[in-house]
Design a protein. Sequence first.
Length: 88
Amino acid sequence: MSVLSKGDELVVYEMIQVAAVAAYLIGGFFSASYVINFVVTITLLGIDFWIVKNVSGRILVGLRWWNEINEKGGSIWRFESLDQQVKP
């Protein structure tokens, strides 16, 4: 069972996206360094990607994927989804 409901997950997802855009747009007012603004924005976008891939994908739409490397060095993609059965 999830600690957060689907509505809470959606709010967290949107807050991270708004924070990334806000950091990009108004980051120059808080720091004169372009590098700090860039690092903060990229970090927030990385967190957004992780939330979409691992949290939202699993909880909101029931999808999960990852990449494995076999012994020969080849890439194998694994995909999972929840059962499509409708519960009465």
